[in-house]
Design a protein around this ligand. Sequence first.
Ligand code: NAD
Ligand code: 89Y
Length: 343
Amino acid sequence: MAGLSGALIGCGFFAVNQMHAWRDIEGAAIIAVCDRDPERLKIVGDQFGVTRRYTDAAELFAAETLDFVDIATTVGSHRPLVEMAAAHGVPVICQKPFAPTLADAKAMVKACADAGVPLMVHENFRWQSPIQAVRAVLDSGEIGTPFFGRISFRSGYDVFSGQPYLATGKRFIIEDLGIHILDIARFLLGDVSSLTARTKRINPAIAGEDVATILMDHAGGATSVVDCSYATKLAAEPFPETLIELDGSDGTIRLAQGYRLTVTGKSGTRVSDVSPRLLPWASRPWHNIQESVLAIQRHWVDCLASGQEPATSGADNLRTFALVEAAYAGAASREPVQIEALL
Ligand code: NAD
Ligand code: 89Y
């Protein structure tokens, strides 16, 4: 395959992982970078040897011939940048959270569909190798039909030092982190028909909620609990592990802290270590997330080559994003929220 030429917009904290991953992927290269902050532009341009640099995305699109653009800015700029990519007919990856509201997200999906442009949300958590290992067990039929799930992320890790904006938004854990955990619940148990949510703010130094507990009905019949906290101080800090419990008609799956997978099913009990690889450029404890960045970006290149829709396409992500909106609405009203009504 001839190499794809891509551009990265947003050269901040997380984009460095994306740039490392692009360097590891055959068949695609980042040929231009853009950031409205000249200092960040220089740091990332110099680190990855990219000489074509822009402080204005409109100038980037006007000057470059691109096979795709990778948007790694924070949420406020996602809609204008995705619409700019669509207007230029450039396939687009957009970081999570996809948009500030579901209405914006729908407009972005429509803009890309109308322009015939592929759109993938960088929803990478389902691409973590331990999560893929859980899905493979489910697909094997070993535990039969799942009827219950608990997808849990509880931590006391200081995410605010690397991402200070997380402390200032009115919305925090559901929009930032819960969005991934809700997506994993969909990935494992299918689409959600209704949910009930409760939130709390424990850390007085932040503006948004840092604890969320969400009870969900899945259309396929399973019930799940998604629980997230950044206010949970444990003896051994689990960040950024997602822990999973699934009960099925013929057995159970437990993904426990330390990436220990226990499967009890039709053929007995098997315990395995499903730790992610430590890529040469990765650093603990982020290596789990970093490995998934490489996996999702490879998937994007494969999809562009084959014409297949990405697993976390814009259209797919509307169904995850609807759960975020529903969780905030449900926490405010303390009433159950029907998901189809939002879509
Ligand atoms: P950041 O603030 O460190 O970086 C964002 C960069 O984008 C900044 O350098 C800023 O100057 C630039 N920028 C903003 N608007 C721009 C515009 N219109 N044109 C050009 N440049 C612009 O933020 P971050 O922590 O790197 O987060 C970026 C995104 O990545 C967020 O949406 C965040 O939620 C997401 N994120 C995802 C994961 C994951 O695992 N998928 C992990 C961390 C962060
Ligand atoms: O921004 C978040 C994400 O997407 O993964 C972890 C994180 O960096 C902090 O919650």
